[in-house]
Ligand binder design. Structure first.
Ligand SMILES: CCCCCCCCCCCCCCCCCCCCCCCCCC(=O)SCCNC(=O)CCNC(=O)[C@H](O)C(C)(C)COP(=O)(O)OP(=O)(O)OC[C@H]1O[C@@H](n2cnc3c(N)ncnc32)[C@H](O)[C@@H]1OP(=O)(O)O
Ligand SMILES: NC(=O)C1=CN([C@@H]2O[C@H](COP(=O)(O)OP(=O)(O)OC[C@H]3O[C@@H](n4cnc5c(N)ncnc54)[C@H](OP(=O)(O)O)[C@@H]3O)[C@@H](O)[C@H]2O)C=CC1
Length: 418
């Protein structure tokens, strides 16, 4: 502690819980109280030049247009911190929806409270706040496509590529504000430099977002994910990678029943019959729970103003602009998403490119099983229909006699030619 206090020049405060469904108590502890404690610690660092707090562009996702300012929270963070000391877990859980109001989860709510704490308790510290949007794989450094966790879209890319996720409730034309992790790092370092050297009079907030400079939509992203999974498939897929966005509750429920639950139940039945432990319904349950907490962000678009970020860009020397590049106007989304999917395959799934021919072969087998299954289903349905309806029987007899006549005709004409 003594060494930290006496030697630290710059603090980058990134630690947080990023789980959307964390209990309010835990999220307050990590995202609010810890920020308060770190500010206190920073105030005892004589050599401190800058304190950079990492928040999220979604800390005010209850608003549609978000400026580079700190918005007041309905309840003072200090009151929330105090109440967590004496309220028991059951009561905290009961009042959570009332406290978080129109925030979708405890994560975004406590990140907003964290910003308020920074604002109120900054004292004489030289502070800046960086708000990244949805952090994705690297764009350039150390190499394209590097990723090390399933947060944000990464987990759903796996679920799509492996054929588990077939439908997602989302708006294809909503803005997908993804930002590569190396861009976030470069911008954060540049903010550290600017805050320490230029010492702005007030706390500056920097939106580390892409939509203002180079917008991409979920539809385009989904399309490119599928195209890449088709070209370079993941190994041992459950079904062929195919997915679509649904836009209302009825189609979502239909897709969940037909495309998610039915194949999982059938597969588990097959596992049981072959003496193995069923696992697909459990996996599907977990996937759909994850989807339900993420889909809020795929159904809306936000606008973030980026004046401070643009100002920072113009303050950097041409050499620093190159080294600490955070200008996403140069980013080619299709190329980025393809590298992202390949990064997921390589760094998360640990799959080798040598396995691609076998993965393609597996997809062809799945396609044949799919055709076979659909044909069998059609024949069973047709057979049941024939048993019940005279009209269906007549149609069937007509088709059979037509086929018979065609075959006889071709047979006769070929024997005449011979
Ligand atoms: C027109 C043509 C079209 C073509 C169409 C194609 C169409 C379709 C193609 C679609 C392609 C995709 C594009 C769309 C993507 C949209 C994403 C939007 C993201 C927005 C994020 C916004 C973020 C705001 C930015 C921020 O500022 S924040 C940072 C982001 N924070 C997070 O992303 C935390 C999420 N996670 C949790 O909130 C918790 O994890 C919790 C999940 C609740 C479980 O929670 P719980 O049930 O308690 O259990 P866990 O132990 O946590 O997890 C239990 C198990 O679920 C696993 N799992 C954790 N996560 C994820 C995850 N993501 N995805 C998958 N799995 C996950 C974990 O590995 C563990 O598996 P296991 O190890 O057991 O096998
Ligand atoms: N991922 C995203 O899409 C976005 C993330 N952010 C913000 O970026 C920051 C980093 O997030 P991300 O990298 O995604 O999340 P991770 O969960 O990967 O990283 C969180 C970090 O916090 C540390 N941490 C958690 N709890 C504690 C604790 N009690 N004491 C000390 N350290 C702790 C973790 O340490 P350890 O590894 O040791 O557990 C980990 O290094 C967060 O502030 C998040 O809000 C903002 C916008 C988007």
């Amino acid at each position: 502690m003594q060494e930290l206090l006496s030697c630290t020049n710059v603090v980058f405060h990134c630690a947080a819980t990023v789980r959307f469904n964390d209990s309010l108590r835990h999220a307050v502890q990590l995202n609010v109280t810890a920020t308060q404690k770190l500010l206190l610690m920073a105030s005892q660092m004589p050599k401190l030049e800058a304190f950079i707090h990492i928040s999220t562009a979604f800390s005010n996702c209850n608003l549609q247009h978000i400026d580079e300012v700190i918005y007041p929270c309905p309840v003072e963070p200090k009151k929330i911190i105090d109440s967590m000391e004496w309220l028991d877990d059951a009561i905290v859980e009961e009042i959570t929806p009332k406290l978080i109001r129109d925030w979708p989860n405890t994560y975004t709510y406590t990140k907003a409270l964290g910003e308020m704490v920074v604002h109120q308790e900054s004292g004489n510290l030289n502070i800046a706040i960086v708000r990244p949007s949805i952090v994705g794989a690297t764009w350039q450094e150390p190499f394209p496509g590097w990723v090390d966790n399933v947060n944000g879209p990464s987990g759903l890319i796996i679920a799509t590529g492996k054929g588990f996720l077939r439908a997602l409730r989302g708006a294809p034309m909503a803005v997908a504000d993804l930002i590569p992790v190396d861009t976030v790092v470069n911008l954060t370092l540049a903010v550290g430099w600017y805050t320490a050297v230029h010492r702005p009079k007030s706390t500056l907030i920097y939106h580390c977002t892409s939509s203002n400079f180079n917008p991409c939509h979920w539809g385009k992203m989904g399309f490119q994910i599928l195209a890449t999974c088709e070209k370079i498939p993941f190994e041992r897929a459950f079904r062929r990678p195919y997915a679509d966005f649904t836009t209302n509750t009825i189609t979502t429920q239909y897709q969940n029943a037909v495309s998610h639950w039915a194949p999982a139940i059938i597969y588990d039945l097959y596992l049981r019959l072959t003496g193995r432990k069923p696992r697909m319904t459990k996996l599907m349950n977990r996937l759909l729970r994850t989807v339900s907490v993420l889909e809020y962000f795929v159904n809306r678009s936000w606008e973030w103003s980026t004046n401070n970020t643009e100002m920072l860009m113009s303050e950097l020397s041409p050499e620093d602009q190159r080294v600490f590049n955070f200008d996403v106007r140069q980013l080619n989304w299709l190329e980025y998403i393809e590298n992202y999917v390949l990064g997921v395959k390589k760094y998360l799934l640990k799959e080798d490119m040598a396995g691609v021919p076998e993965a393609k072969q597996h997809l062809r087998r799945l396609r044949n099983i799919h055709y076979l299954f659909n044909t069998a289903l059609f024949l069973i349905a047709w057979r049941l229909l024939i048993a019940r309806s005279q009209m269906a029987r007549n149609v069937w007899l007509f088709i059979v006699s037509l086929c018979y006549k065609c075959i006889s005709y071709f047979r006769a004409s070929s024997s005449l030619k011979a």
